[in-house]
Design a binder for this molecule. Structure first.
Ligand code: ATP
Ligand code: ZN
Ligand code: MG
Ligand code: MG
Length: 489
């Protein structure tokens, strides 16, 4: 990929979130992730080229220096900042515009800075070259997997019904989604197979923003409301059938859609639990956290389905552990945010935005780094946080850093790439790539036919300044839930 010879015809629309738009290369396994900003600002870019560059460099640093230590390097691809020719970016923005879902068009792609994040395309990994079948990739945005047990929580309901389930309620009440999803993150993170199967089944049935299927790098299944050309579930299951025609199924050409769905769920649960290690229950340091959400349909059967804990090397364990760095809940965190904010008003230089290499040695120690740089010192600040509040700004800033890291882990996505193994591989030695794990290692009674690799994406730092709006959103969601008694309209 030569940056000075970029051609928009080599790239196509791939997807987008709230903050960025992603295009993929038609041949290479690469994506470009470009920033977006509110359409009102389309004539006046909200930041300079230098600021855009710094913002993307911050994303790379946060991912590689902070999140990868917490989540495990093997899952993370941080990518690199690239400077693209402006003419290429303009043409690209025109080319992709008609493919963007209407509800995302309140934001426009940044065409002024030419800065982008270049990443490996996790939906078309190179490992499929040994076989001729297109790789299958499943993206799951699991959201927060625990109930807060902080003493600062003012509403009891928050310790009984999880944030996702309350937020679902809020979104349906406000017309964001037509139907509620029955997915509950506490079931997914429980480590209990029945609960996980139930959670994955409901992610598939009502994908919303939390579940996507890609085949050969193309999104073939997501929420109808998210993408116009995504198929319905039955059509997708037809597409997936060849991937599961192995083992006993090999002799059964009439594999039903239901059987395909069951196999898909099993494979996903295996991948999410893989990584070996002893099973551990991730608990709060103070313990006593509940692992059931009263809004989950499985709640009433909780005696049968417990929380078995997660293997300590699994992607779910690492994500949950990082999410749990939010020990105080937004309600307990907010006063500490105010303490930092007050300190920054008194000593604005300590904010950490000034980027002057000459003064670096002195500043790195004193600065609070609320806006980076995201380096080892930042990680150290949050890892060496004192357990008790000594009233200091250092304590407050460490808790704020922890909270922000937890927010990123509550918002990330997991990408599971499933690759059919060639016949030879199936019969003998291990697959060539070290990231591949064989399903034979797991409880599956059938011979393996799919290798998988697991990655985590979307690891942007959440802004310090967004904390007050987090508190307001929390209050709105909780009061909406209480007002309607948890009953959906
Ligand atoms: P959010 O609103 O969830 O915060 P975002 O704006 O931060 O999203 P991403 O989640 O990073 O953006 O990217 C949007 C989508 O693009 C992802 O959900 C995923 O489907 C796709 N995507 C992002 N990065 C990659 C990648 N490296 N390989 C393949 N697909 C990717
Ligand atoms: Zn729940
Ligand atoms: Mg995302
Ligand atoms: Mg994001």
């Amino acid at each position: 990929m030569e940056l000075d010879k970029m051609d928009e015809n080599d790239w196509k629309y791939h997807g987008e979130g709230n903050k960025s738009l992603v295009v993929s290369h038609v041949q290479l396994s690469r994506v470009l992730r470009l920033l977006k900003y509110p359409a009102e600002d389309s004539e006046n870019p909200p930041q300079t080229v230098e600021q855009a560059f710094r913002q993307i460099q911050n994303i790379v640093d946060f991912s590689s220096n902070v999140m990868s230590c917490l989540l495990g390097e093997k899952f993370i691809h941080s990518g690199e900042v690239v400077k693209l020719p402006l003419e290429f970016v303009r043409q690209l923005s025109i080319k992709v515009q008609h493919q963007r879902p209407a509800w995302r068009c309140d934001k426009v792609m940044d065409i002024y800075s030419g800065c982008a994040l270049c990443l490996p395309n996790l939906t078309s990994p190179v490992l499929h070259l040994s076989t001729h079948t297109a790789p299958l990739c499943i993206e799951i945005k699991p959201k927060c997997g625990f109930l807060p047990s902080s003493k600062h929580v003012s509403k009891d309901i928050k310790t009984k019904v999880c944030r996702f389930c309350m937020h679902q309620h809020y979104k349906v009440a406000n017309g964001k989604w037509k139907r509620p999803s029955l997915y509950c993150p506490l079931d997914l993170f429980s480590g209990n197979r029945q609960r996980m199967d139930f959670a994955i089944r409901h992610l598939i049935e009502e994908p919303q923003n939390n579940f996507k299927i890609f085949k050969g790098g193309q999104c073939i299944y997501s929420s109808k409301e998210v993408s116009d050309d995504s198929m319905d579930l039955n059509a997708v299951l037809q597409h997936l059938r060849p991937y599961f025609m192995h083992g006993n199924n090999r002799f059964n050409s009439h594999m039903t859609s239901k059987a395909v769905l069951n196999d898909l769920i099993q494979v996903l649960a295996n991948a999410l639990l893989s990584g070996g290690g002893d099973r551990e229950v991730v608990t709060d340091t103070r313990g006593g956290g509940r692992s059931f959400c009263e809004a989950s349909l499985l709640n009433k059967e909780r005696i049968r389905h417990g929380s078995e804990g997660l293997p300590s090397d699994s992607v779910l364990f690492r994500i949950l552990q990082t999410q749990m760095l939010d020990t105080l809940d937004i309600e307990g965190l907010f006063p500490l945010y105010r303490r930092v904010e007050q300190h920054l008003q008194d000593f604005p230089k300590e904010r950490g935005t000034v980027w002057s290499p000459a003064s670096l040695p002195v500043c790195v120690r004193t600065r609070l780094q609320v806006e980076g740089p995201y380096n080892e010192a930042f990680l150290e600040k949050l890892q060496k946080c004192p357990t008790e509040d000594d009233g200091s700004v250092e304590y407050a800033v460490a808790k704020v850093h922890q909270y922000r890291v937890a927010m990123t882990a509550k918002d990330c996505s997991i990408m599971v790439a499933l690759v059919p193994r060639s016949e030879e591989e199936e019969d003998e030695g291990p697959p060539s790539l070290s990231t591949q794990r064989r399903l034979r290692d797991f409880h599956s009674p059938r011979p393996p036919a799919l290798s998988y690799s697991v990655s985590i994406l979307d690891l942007d730092p959440k802004s310090f300044d967004s904390i007050p709006s987090q508190l307001r959103l929390d209050q709105k969601i909780v009061s909406c839930y209480l007002r309607t008694g948890g009953a959906l309209p």
